[in-house]
Ligand binder design. Structure first.
Ligand code: SF4
Ligand code: SF4
Length: 351
């Protein structure tokens, strides 16, 4: 009998596949492309969900496949390891994606180490931002010395992952008109000098703090992706992925980039986004959104910490019916929705 892997099973069962949890609104960066800046400026530590509350939420959620932790700056929450442990225990998550701005290398490493100790069976992908060379990076991120501090965090995390093989370390770059021209030199530098597991990139989205920041156009994006492919394969080689895995993941990576290109060109999603059905956003103060760019539909604090109930509320249903008309390039939402569109899903595995 054919055994269906858990990854596929969870894709096709009802309920949420993944959750984006913005653990705090606080941040020590002031990035010009940040679309979260208004929420960040209103953030208040005292209003953040505490561990008891997070425990109630996780208990009612059921199993999830992936937990995306986000912020603000994730490591500013001192109890981040305990948060991961709660979701690991209550929701049986297989993977945690953890972006951090890496501005405090010692805190970053200590936090990731403790998470790995508390969740030894969960894969932990740490994502660190680099937007260009020293000067450009620091001006985009609004912090002097950010480039050097990220390099130090990468170095320390690379050392840590020798003892904790569930950790992977990737660089993330947000592509905009501010850095697209210099991306090739950053791409080469990251690949040749940093020994990371992957270099991810995505177009800027939402309404950035600095309104001069614009996403790339279709042509620029397509060229960038096609030039990046040999590096992507290089990262897979480095990870000693099997031939079969390399074949399939390169195809899905290419297909994903094509979908993003199509959205940049047509300003239309290739299929209905399943925000609020397969993936949703929990804010630091208990607010729930269908996605990061849509307004809050309710608060778990008013619904006995039942996030799924908030997603079934009248306000959530109203927003879900309007989703058809909107478009953005957010990978998490594209990936969570894709399996429900069989032709697109199957095509994503083919060359
Ligand atoms: S993009 Fe992230 S790191 Fe930068 S200011 Fe916004 S929340 Fe902070
Ligand atoms: S397409 Fe983008 S903006 Fe629209 S609901 Fe999905 S994630 Fe949100």
């Amino acid at each position: 009998m054919i055994k269906i892997p858990n990854y596929l099973k969870i894709h096709f069962r009802k309920g949420l596949y993944s959750l984006i949890f913005s653990v705090t609104g606080r941040c020590n960066s002031r990035c010009m492309m940040c679309y979260y800046w208004q929420t960040m400026d209103e953030s208040n530590e005292e209003k953040e969900l505490n561990l008891d509350e997070i425990g109630h939420i996780a208990k009612r959620l059921g199993n999830l496949f992936v937990l995306f932790l986000t912020g603000g700056e994730t490591t500013l929450r001192g109890d981040l390891p305990e948060i991961c442990s709660i979701f690991q225990k209550e929701c049986c998550i297989s993977s945690i994606f953890l972006p951090t701005n890496g501005l405090n290398p010692d805190l970053t490493v200590q936090t990731i180490k403790t998470i790995s100790q508390l969740c030894p069976k969960t894969s932990i992908s740490v994502l660190l931002p680099l937007e260009g060379g020293r000067e450009l990076n620091d001006s985009i991120r609004g912090v002097n010395g950010a480039f050097e501090r990220v390099l130090e965090s990468v170095k320390k995390l690379n050392e840590l992952k020798i003892s904790y093989p569930t950790i992977s370390v990737a660089v993330n770059t947000v592509i905009s008109n501010k850095n697209i021209k210099s991306f090739p030199s950053l791409r080469d530098y990251v690949f040749n000098e940093l020994n990371v597991d992957m270099h991810n990139f995505s177009p800027v989205r939402g309404l950035p703090r600095n309104n001069e920041v614009q996403p790339p156009d279709f042509k620029e994006w397509t060229r960038l992706c096609s030039e990046m492919e040999k590096y992507y394969r290089g990262y897979l080689e480095r990870r000693r992925s099997s031939k079969r895995k390399k074949f399939f993941v390169t195809n899905t990576w290419r297909h994903h980039n094509k979908l993003v290109g199509g959205i940049l060109r047509n300003n239309r999603h290739p299929f209905k986004c399943l925000a609020g059905e397969r993936i949703a956003v929990l804010e630091w103060d208990g607010g729930v959104r269908l996605c990061e760019l849509t307004p809050v539909v309710g608060n778990v604090r008013n619904m006995d910490y039942d996030l799924l109930e908030v997603l079934r509320s009248y306000e959530a249903l109203k927003q879900k019916t309007n989703i058809n008309g909107c478009a953005c390039t957010h990978s998490c939402f594209l990936n969570a929705s894709l399996p429900y569109y069989p032709l697109n899903f199957m095509r994503s595995y083919l060359p």
